[in-house]
Write a protein that binds this ligand. Sequence first.
Ligand SMILES: Cc1cc2nc3c(=O)[nH]c(=O)nc-3n(C[C@H](O)[C@H](O)[C@H](O)COP(=O)(O)OP(=O)(O)OC[C@H]3O[C@@H](n4cnc5c(N)ncnc54)[C@H](O)[C@@H]3O)c2cc1C
Length: 462
Amino acid sequence: MANYDVIIIGSGPGGYVCAIRCAQLGLKVACVEGRETLGGTCLNVGCIPSKALLHASHMLHEAEHNFAAMGLKGKSPSVDWKQMMAYKEKTIGQNTSGIEFLFKKNKVDWLKGWASIPEAGKVKVGDDVHETKNIIIASGSEPASLPGVEVDEKVVVTSTGALELGKVPKKLVVIGAGVIGLELGSVYARLGSEVTVVEFLDVVTPGMDAEIQKTFQRTLKKQGLTFVMGAAVQKTEAMKTKAKVTYKLRKDDSEHVIDADVVLVATGRKPYTEGLGLDTVGIKMTERGQIAVNGKWETNVPGIYAIGDVIEGPMLAHKAEDEGMAAAEQVAGKHGHVNYGVIPGVIYTHPEVANVGATEEELKEQGRDYKVGKFSFMGNGRAKANFAGDGFVKILADKDTDRILGAHIIGPAAGDLIHEICVAMEFGASAEDLAMTCHAHPTYSEAVREAALACGDGPIHM
Ligand SMILES: Cc1cc2nc3c(=O)[nH]c(=O)nc-3n(C[C@H](O)[C@H](O)[C@H](O)COP(=O)(O)OP(=O)(O)OC[C@H]3O[C@@H](n4cnc5c(N)ncnc54)[C@H](O)[C@@H]3O)c2cc1C
């Protein structure tokens, strides 16, 4: 079999980016993928299909709620579910075939099938054993399970099933108020489902800035989502086309049952390492089932690296991509680096939610002296014109040095706006640096500048 410099296992955002970078750095590289198409969870059953459905359902929401006010009259569009699914599939296809094209262009061999590692320096795919100087594991993650909840991907579904339902359910129960549950919950709420979110904690999107959590939950409630907070799901029972969800309220231990046409289990994801044979080669794992790596993404076995969802850190496509590039550079003898302090997180609902760096709660816990600069999108001309005045930008900066420590945005295009703050943080900028930078008018980004001004002498338009 062919000899390689690197074989990467998994073609998600971590694996495919790593493969392309390895090839660009002059290494002979192959990427093994067991799925029919390249791109991993993200392109096939994650980021891309969910964003297609978020886009389509947002367009419907705009037509139903804002068109008439702008003088756009006429009947709102109705949902052709089959066509919406076809649009989603086409979007997936365009993206996955794009990776295939990039592999060919960069001379990355796609080894089709499921890989295992019989020993360091060898990767087995089907009956073939390939020799390689380095192995990079990028095998990703799978939905986490919940005791008492049996997924059939028809009535009780994970995000994968929720992206390909036969029809829009009348009643959808979402277990878990994390990013995936709320994104898909808002898709179906906009398409007409009655959506109830059952969450164990008392807050949505755990780990986010508390002020954002509250505003976000309030906004989603206004959009018609119902929340049952502090509720521990005991079990689900699936009938042919219906299900029941039993939960206990933590505050008084009372038991309740809700009916659903579909139950979406969105209680997180766990690393996927099945069939790799990690025991055989003696790869150390963390207590949470992730592959343990050092700061250079090396496992305890020389020549074997791991990146992406299968190691610790936020389970995000761009985090996996950055690790993919950095690990490629390590393997090529360079000095790959990832700044884990500046990894943005985005929720693609409407309004969007985005964050980077520390939350206010974290700064309090660290006992840091900080200041807060906030600006509401109500004071932003563009947002008002576009019916997007809900939300705010919040910048946290060090009280003495003015250095930006974190930023939290809920509002229009938050997922794009956050990046100017990421760049500022990467360069160690102060809030004043942002405030002194000219921002075009009228743009949403002026709200970022105003929040930066609010860290100093004050915003202009508030
Ligand atoms: C519904 C949903 C929406 C999401 N939305 C976003 C988003 O908007 N933004 C964001 O940043 N993240 C999002 N994510 C998370 C994102 O998809 C993951 O963080 C990302 O895909 C991780 O990339 P990865 O390369 O580590 O692994 P994956 O993308 O999981 O890819 C791993 C690949 O490895 C393959 N593989 C595994 N084992 C083997 C083996 N032994 N042999 C061969 N192939 C193997 C798998 O088939 C898979 O294709 C979302 C996830 C879901 C489920």
